[in-house]
Design a protein around this ligand. Structure first.
Ligand SMILES: [Zn+2]
Length: 65
């Protein structure tokens, strides 16, 4: 740290008060109940808003559209 740039511990702590990480929000897929990010196509089954949105290349298909 450059001495010229030094400031108080309170100043540093105030800046770092925004550094905490938040847990990511997860919802369950209505089609396969897997956890997925909200407003995103389900990773596990490719469904979005109750319809097949994208093809999923996975070992086992959960449901057939
Ligand atoms: Zn799903």
């Amino acid at each position: 740290m450059v001495v010229r740039m030094r400031h108080t511990r309170a100043h540093t702590a105030n800046r770092r008060s925004h550094h905490a990480l938040k847990a990511s929000n997860l919802v369950t897929c209505k089609n396969c109940q897997a956890f997925k990010a909200p407003h995103k196509v389900c990773d596990a089954c490719g469904f979005y808003k109750g319809k097949k949105a994208v093809a999923v290349k996975s070992k086992k298909q959960v449901t057939k559209a």
